[in-house]
Ligand binder design. Structure first.
Ligand code: HEM
Ligand SMILES: [Ca+2]
Ligand SMILES: [Ca+2]
Length: 332
């Protein structure tokens, strides 16, 4: 009787959150920083070398790879499901609408690192782990913080475009929707705001923010939370009916540098996506934006810790996944 009462007293979300915390703790148990100590001791060095080379050729790979990692972990966990190519029998995650803009340079960075690792330690290191290391290294190259990457993730046996919807944020979301999504993955509001700081680098296609500069709330006005001069410049960069490949920097001030300027921009109405700007305009997230805008140190600490949490979502054990030889295809 007591037990029944106790259970009834717990809200459904409370129970869910508790289960998620337990799952994550279990998942983290088999991840460790020195997972490949005996089987591939140089894995981090090998991946790093490839990233140095890739970054030299294509610095845009830094932001691109981070976004791929985020999109991997949010859908079915950090299991390299996002790297799988579609076949005639299966439409993979990569070909779901929101993932079509994931950049080729990010995928190429991971594929090249995987090749280099396979040459030294065949069939040993998962694509999911390589993606986690690559993202961390590239962020470092554009000035971001360092964090230790725990390893031991297995690669997924599945990747379905139909599993993507509902698991990734969209530039059309409200702050409440974002908070709901991120908390469903185990993140606090502070962690969500810290992760959104990833938009300190990289770019977005015009269609992601065009309604803010041409058609705010279906009027012909400009989003009033946007700095008017910034809006005017964005109109020049993104004319109506523009070539769909045109992009604008997510951080209008320092798009090539991983820093806290993203948050300082939000304070001035210089957020590109409506979701970025909304973090400053919503009273639940505004104090966090102000905190990170005031201290890059606090932003870096929060970002590094949230990235480690991101890297532990839905991690698969040996019975739930394997080591893919080619990250883009399941083993035969
Ligand atoms: C808070 C909710 C978020 C929303 C609504 C969102 C949405 C978007 C959108 C629409 C783009 C532009 C894509 C394009 O047009 O090509 C983008 C780019 C990007 N996002 Fe997010 N994102 C969010 C959170 C995150 C998080 C948590 C991370 C990583 C930790 C992240 C990393 C990136 C990066 C690095 C880019 C630039 C990619 C590039 O330059 O190739 N985003 N995001
Ligand atoms: Ca995944
Ligand atoms: Ca920046």
């Amino acid at each position: 009787m007591l037990l029944v009462l106790h259970e009834a007293a717990q809200s459904a979300t409370g129970v869910q959150l508790q289960n998620q915390t337990q799952n994550r703790q279990q998942q983290q148990q088999f991840l460790s920083v020195d997972y490949y100590k005996r089987t591939c001791p140089d894995v981090e060095k090998i991946v790093h070398q490839v990233m140095v080379q890739k970054f030299r050729e294509a610095p845009v790979a830094a932001a691109g790879t981070l976004r791929i990692f985020f999109h991997d972990c949010m859908v079915q966990g950090c299991d390299a499901s996002v790297l799988v190519a579609s076949t005639s029998h299966n439409k993979a995650e990569k070909d779901f609408d929101i993932n079509l803009s994931l950049p080729g340079d990010g995928f190429d960075a991971v594929m090249r690192a995987k090749q280099a690792v396979e040459n030294r330690c065949p069939r040993t290191v998962s694509c999911a782990d390589i993606l986690a290391i690559a993202s961390r290294d590239l962020i470092g190259m554009i000035g971001g913080p360092f964090w230790p990457v725990k390893k031991g993730r297995k690669d997924s046996y599945t990747s379905h475009a139909a599993r993507v919807p509902g698991n990734l944020p969209s530039s059309k979301n409200t702050v409440s929707e974002l908070m709901h999504l991120f908390s469903s993955k185990g993140f606090t509001t502070e962690e969500m705001v810290a992760l959104a700081g990833a938009h300190t680098a990289g770019f977005a296609h015009c269609k992601e923010f065009n309604d803010r500069i041409y058609n705010w709330k279906n009027t012909s006005r400009i989003d009033p939370t946007m700095n008017p001069l910034y809006a005017a410049n964005l109109r020049l960069a993104c004319p109506r009916n523009v070539d769909p490949t045109i992009v604008a920097n997510l951080d209008v001030t320092t798009s090539k540098k991983f820093d806290n300027v993203y948050y300082q921009n939000l304070q001035k109405g210089l957020g590109l996506l409506s979701t970025d700007q909304a973090l400053f305009n919503d009273p639940r997230t505004k104090p966090l934006v102000n905190r990170f805008a005031a201290s890059q140190e606090r932003f870096f600490a929060a970002f590094a810790s949230a990235m480690q949490k991101l890297g532990s979502i839905g991690v698969k054990s040996a019975s739930q996944g394997n080591i893919r030889i080619n990250c883009a295809a399941f083993n035969q």
